[in-house]
Write a protein that binds this ligand. Structure first.
Ligand code: FAD
Length: 307
């Protein structure tokens, strides 16, 4: 068995593996897609000490760093269940195999909910964005829309209004769902506009980049076109925890509930990164969180009776 098994190979999982291996304990990483979300990222400009890099390059660097240590990397392995046991925790894989470990760090990340309209997939990273902290500065002085009027959408619109030229917030329902204080802040901004009862029907472009967005007025039924250079989709970040339902405590958003050491509701099972209740989903935060969870797990191991 492993002393520590990491499930998920993004920034959080890679950091957990490096920290565990450096303690000299037997460490494995099982990941569906080693690298995680950074594989889908174009530019990364906010990982402190690396001024600028590209996602796939960053993913290779993560893997090289983990491989520098004695860690079993099991790529293309999807975990389907976790079974707590007396001394060993079992992780069942989709392949039919199962792995046993004295402690586990879950770092299966999250995914942005897609709106699934024409143009979204085509213009991803070419004007279609999901993360205002990451990509906001790319649209300096330009016109953007934010789709989604919940807290994350309204926060994104307020945040972007400070960087871009103009923000249009598009909400499907007949009113915004964000906290009142956020709505008030947004409405006070001179370069922000709110459109409600609007169903986005397409993101349009010139073949290379986004040039607009079409929506249907859900009251009158007319189609409208907004000219802009960027669209931020903010209709939810979904944690990859479907496989954990019923085994450990999840928040109402499906995130794994962790304490300050990354400990979950199951003894010996820790979690880190975007999959947890830790706020602000960013690479540097996930990596720090992975280090923390591995140290939490190590602390647990040296205190437990398992030899
Ligand atoms: P992830 O990166 O999501 O990794 C999860 C890992 O778990 C993957 O290896 C995945 O394959 C695996 N996995 C999932 N389910 C299972 C399962 N059942 N069994 C086994 N393995 C599983 N952040 C920044 O700081 N700066 C940026 O510029 C930036 N740009 C971004 C651009 C885009 C397009 C996206 C999508 C995100 C961006 N982010 C950025 C956010 C950043 O990528 C995430 O916060 C970060 O990757 C989270 O790391 P993580 O390790 O928690 O999860």
């Amino acid at each position: 068995p492993y002393d520590l098994l990491v499930v998920g190979g993004g920034p959080a999982g890679a950091a957990a593996a490096v920290y565990a291996a450096r303690k000299g304990i037997r460490t494995g990483v099982a990941a569906e897609r080693f690298g995680g979300q950074v594989l889908d990222t174009l530019g990364i400009e906010n990982f402190i000490s690396i001024k600028e890099t590209e996602g796939p390059k960053f993913a290779v660097a993560l893997e090289e760093h983990v491989k520098h240590y004695d860690v079993d990397i099991m790529n293309l392995q999807r975990a389907e269940a976790i079974v707590p046991g007396g001394e060993l925790i079992e992780v069942k894989l989709a392949s039919g195999a199962s792995l046993k470990a004295k402690s586990v760090v879950i770092s299966t990340g999250a995914r942005w909910r897609n709106i699934n309209v024409p143009g979204e997939a085509e213009y991803k990273n070419k004007g279609v964005a999901y993360c205002p902290h990451c990509d906001g500065p790319l649209f300096k002085g330009k016109r953007v829309a934010v789709i989604g009027g919940g807290n994350s959408g309204v926060e994104a619109a307020i945040d972007l209004a400070g960087v871009v030229g103009h923000v249009t917030l598009i909400e499907f329902g007949d009113q915004l769902r964000a906290d009142e204080v956020l709505q008030r802040k947004l409405r006070s901004l001179p370069n922000a506009k709110v459109i409600v009862s609007a169903q986005t029907t397409a993101i349009t472009g010139d073949g290379n980049k986004v040039n607009g967005l079409s929506y249907k007025d859900r009251v009158g039924g007319e189609e409208h076109q907004v000219e802009l250079e960027g669209v931020f989709i903010q209709i939810g970040l979904v944690p990859n925890t479907e496989w954990l339902k019923g085994t450990l405590e999840l928040s109402r958003h499906g995130e794994i509930v962790v304490d300050a050491r990354g400990q979950t509701s199951l003894p010996g099972v820790f979690a880190a990164g975007d999959v947890t209740t830790v706020p602000f989903k960013q690479i540097i935060i996930a990596a720090g969180d992975g280090a923390k969870a591995a140290l939490g797990a190590f602390d647990h191991l040296i205190r437990s009776s398992v030899p």
